[in-house]
Design a protein around this ligand. Sequence first.
Ligand code: DQA
Length: 146
Amino acid sequence: MPKLLVLHGPNLSRLGQREPERYGQTTLAAINQRLQRLCEAAEIDFEAVQSNHEGELIDYIHAAADEGVGYIVINPAALTHTSIGLRDALLAVQIPFIEVHLSNIHARESFRQRSYLADVAQGVVSGLGAEGYELAARAAIRRMGG
Ligand code: DQA
C-alpha cells in the first residue's frame, strides 16, 4: 500500500491556541484525523508527525525514503524561511512533496515570503487554513493512484 507522510514543523503542536485569528481554531489532532480518514478511504497508509526540531524532521525525511513513502505533505512552519537542510533532505530522497501553509505567507512580513522549499515542491498551498492540508492530501493521494 502506498504511504503518505505528513510533516508538521515547529510550533504547529500549538494549533488551536496559537494566534487563532491567524492560524484558525482547528487543532493539529483534528487536522491529522481528517487526513487519516481521507487516506483510509483511498487505501493509502498514513503517518503524521510534528517536531520542533529541524534535525528530527530531516531524520523523518530520510526514514521516509527507506520506508518507501510515496508522497510527503509538509508544513515546515518557520523552517520554511530558514532551512537549507530541509530542502537538501527533500532533494536527497527525491520523494515528491507539497508545501502547505495555513496563512498566506505572501501577504505577511517580507521574511516569510521566501521559501527554501517552494521551487522544488510539486505544489504549494498557502492561505486556505486547515483546508489547505486536505487539498494537498487529496492531490497527493490521487498522484499515488488512490
Ligand atoms: C506557517 C507560516 C510560517 O511563516 C510560520 O512560521 C508558521 C506557520 C503557516 O502555516 O502559515 O509557523 O507555516
